[in-house]
Design a protein around this ligand. Structure first.
Ligand code: NDP
Length: 397
């Protein structure tokens, strides 16, 4: 059906490559390219399919991307490098007529700030070129938006309150480690919190608001209000929403380490002089922390991510909780990666599948909730991320 180019061979890229290879009826030609080619070769070896091509590319360089796209001629690029590369990859797609999908919105390297404006600005250019760009197609953002669209389509006339709840109840048995790229992860968590209420954004201090929430099959976990990128698109695409928030669980041990990292300046993203060279402390920290890709083997427990929604149907108030639980060990057995990479990589593959099947094909730049959720939801059940619903239960929120 189509040719796919995966950019990035980290935890998420590895899962995407496995899942793409498991669907040969849709993905007929596969290439994985990244900054370090040997990592792409290792992924191909682990999958055991010598037909998957590999390449080296610096995705910060539009010219290098253009040369690669022109020679491989993919139908779609799955960008699972870092958020810093989103715009260069989108530029290269426009120059070569390739469709685009990613899992995280653009973030400049020198400011810890993310928002969709930079990528939404490409809408007209993708429209004019007849190309589709699908933004934020991991789990959150990604499945969180598809769940919301599904709830709006099938269960509510009006969604009024949306809480996205993200629990990782896994244990990797390390004193401190992040579950995806440490630099991106620490930048996200140390930002101010932010949520949407009655048409306005309310800012909180980092991790200021928290409460215990009960997760299915897991139990109560302290959950912290964070700003997360999908809130920006969801309140725009579902204007009946009165309040939208995002919650993530953290253990005390994790938070203590994080506080120390910040207090001693290791979370800084500006350059400092060290031994006659300039280094960025947070990038140095990444080099000494456990590699998220290596956590899988000893990771037990599961993740539970979902949407808790309150709204109106036929004039009556209802609640709805839709979620997936993912076992770290099951993810590791299937792909060699832990659950957080798995829950991101599977939806990215499904998004590309939706495009190649012509179900999510529409010139322009789109967030996932702007497409029909039904075929995507059907694939979640088939591809390893089954979902469950609780109607009219206690949302705790
Ligand atoms: P990793 O750090 O494990 O992997 C990133 C990969 O991108 C590495 O292979 C890296 O190469 C490569 N890369 C980095 N810079 C470049 C460049 N300039 N050119 C080419 N390749 C480059 O990250 P993850 O796999 O954990 O995360 C991937 C993406 O997924 C991130 O954008 C992250 O924000 C997103 N994410 C989204 C989630 C969601 O639910 N929506 C959840 C978790 C992650 P090298 O190995 O040489 O460093």
């Amino acid at each position: 059906m189509g040719k796919v180019l995966i950019i990035g061979a980290g935890g998420v890229g590895t899962v995407v490559a496995h899942k793409v290879a498991q669907n040969p009826d849709v993905f007929t030609d596969i290439m994985i390219a990244s900054r370090t080619k040997s990592k792409c070769d290792s992924v191909v070896k682990a999958i055991g399919n010598p037909n998957i091509k590999t390449a080296q590319v610096d995705a910060d360089q539009v010219d290098e991307l253009v040369a690669l796209f022109s020679s491989f001629q993919p139908d779609i690029v799955i960008n699972v490098a870092l958020p810093y590369q989103d715009l260069t990859i989108m530029e290269a797609c426009l120059k070569t007529g390739v469709n685009y999908l990613d899992t995280a919105n653009y973030e400049p390297k020198d400011v810890a700030h993310f928002e969709y404006s930079w990528q939404w600005a490409y809408k007209k250019r993708f429209e004019d070129a007849g190309l589709t760009a699908i933004l934020g197609c991991g789990f959150d953002p990604g499945v969180s938006g598809v769940y919301t669209a599904y709830a709006a389509k099938h269960h509510f006339d009006e969604i009024q309150y949306l809480d996205i709840v993200d629990c990782n109840a896994g244990n990797h048995h390390k004193a401190f480690a992040t579950n995806f790229n440490p630099e991106i992860n620490i930048r996200e968590i140390t930002q101010n919190g932010r949520y949407y209420e009655n048409g306005q954004w309310v800012t909180t201090k980092p991790l200021e608001i928290h409460k215990a929430l009960t997760y299915p099959n897991i139990g109560p976990r302290d959950s912290y209000l964070l700003y997360h990128e999908e809130l920006e698109s969801l309140v725009k695409n579902f204007p009946t929403i009165k309040r939208a928030r995002f919650w993530m669980t953290f253990g005390q041990e994790y938070l203590t380490h994080l506080r120390v990292i910040q207090n001693i300046g290791m979370a800084r993203i500006d350059e400092v002089e060290y031994n006659g060279m300039k280094i960025v402390p947070l990038q140095f920290l990444k080099a000494v922390l456990p590699n998220p890709q290596d956590l899988g083997e000893n990771y037990d427990g599961e993740t539970s991510i979902g949407c808790r929604i309150r709204g109106l149907k036929d004039g009556k108030e209802h609640t709805y909780y839709i979620y997936n639980n993912c076992s770290h060990q099951a993810a590791y057995k299937e792909t060699g990666m832990q659950g957080v990479s798995y829950t991101t990589g599977v939806p990215a593959m499904i998004g590309a599948m939706m495009f190649l099947k012509g179900l999510w094909k529409r010139p322009g730049v789109w967030n996932v909730e702007e497409f029909d959720p039904d075929p995507f939801m059907e694939q979640l059940n088939k591809q390893g991320l089954p979902w469950h619903e609780i109607m009219d239960g206690d949302l705790e929120l």
